[in-house]
Design a protein. Structure first.
Length: 318
């Protein structure tokens, strides 16, 4: 079958989810109290493996298909060496998407997993689709993932801690304080790097997956799942992983708020293949503009700024 490029969700932070719920509470399915499970967010490159019902296999980054000849940090070259293992996961119809993060030496820098003994593919979820390309299931449970991937070289990111309940109808202060404390501990010592490779050092943060029965599924994950990053990896200058939206006083202040070193580094990695060469400037600025437009609408709205002028100011600083 023809395997279509299938993007992974780009989820926001807690204040993004809250703003969306205020505008449209439908994703809560009538229950504002959501039970979440957390997984450590690894600082690598988003990567996925697609497996068709006929056994065909394709590899992709966040934005495109990749091959050993046109790769992303060596992911396709590594994964293609295990193609028979991925093919064993072919479904009876449609296709399967194995979703994870490609991590390790040379993929990113500034985190403990960059000092791992080898590059590795860490899976956080599997999506399945029918013959028409419609979602069938979304699997994030680590036990199920470990069973499905038992014949593959992939690693499975486990749940971190006991989870949390978030009441989106409240002021979120108690939940935010709890999440901020957990993220601070992950940033101080990445539990994945420590557990898998005996490497001590900085972690990135956490991703929260909705697990209560009425909030399961990929669409709900897209709508009410959220990430919480440590200070060194935030792409907007908020004071804590979960904090109210910062209100910039003017365009210059907005640019300072959102053009963090983490966002610039991410743009160089994703848009320029990790090279800060001047010839990549157009690709870099295009990525920065798209990312700020996607991620920073709450900050733009809170400051009462014109979106186009805000993005232009941020690109000028970047």
């Amino acid at each position: 079958m023809s395997l279509p490029f299938t993007p992974w969700a780009s989820i926001g932070q807690m204040h993004h989810v809250h703003a969306g719920i205020v505008d449209d509470p439908a994703p809560l399915n009538g229950n504002p109290v959501v039970t979440y499970g957390a997984k450590v967010k690894l600082h690598g490159a988003n990567a996925s493996i697609l497996v068709g019902h006929d056994g065909r296999v394709r590899y992709q980054s966040r934005s495109r298909f990749v091959t050993p000849e046109s790769d992303n940090s060596g992911f396709a070259a590594w994964a293609s060496g295990f193609e028979p293992a991925w093919a064993t996961m072919r479904p009876d119809a449609g296709y399967v998407m194995i979703c994870g993060e490609w991590c390790g030496p040379g993929v990113q820098k500034g985190v403990a997993i960059s000092s791992a003994t080898e590059k590795f593919f860490a899976v956080f979820a599997i999506r399945t689709f029918d013959a028409d390309g419609k979602d069938v299931s979304f699997i994030s449970n680590t036990f199920d993932l470990s069973f499905l991937l038992r014949r593959s070289p992939a690693r499975v990111i486990p749940w971190h801690g006991s989870g949390i309940r978030v009441d989106w109808s409240g002021d979120l202060s108690a939940e935010s304080a709890e999440i901020n404390a957990i993220v601070a501990s992950v940033e101080a010592e990445c539990p994945i790097a420590k557990s898998w490779f005996s490497v001590s050092g900085i972690g990135e943060g956490l991703v929260y997956y909705p697990l209560s029965p009425e909030h399961l599924g990929y669409k709900n994950f897209e709508s009410i799942g959220f990430k919480a990053k440590g200070a060194l990896h935030r792409t907007a200058g908020i004071k804590a992983p979960c904090a109210p939206v910062e209100v910039a006083k003017n365009l210059s202040a907005f640019a300072d708020l959102v053009c963090t070193p983490a966002r610039v580094e991410q743009g160089i990695t994703e848009a320029c293949g990790g090279s800060a060469d001047a010839k990549n400037t157009c690709h870099f600025l295009k990525w920065i503009a798209a990312d700020i437009h996607k991620e920073c609408q709450p900050e733009i709205n809170a400051a009462g700024l014109d979106a186009r002028a805000a993005v232009k100011a941020a690109c000028g600083l970047a």
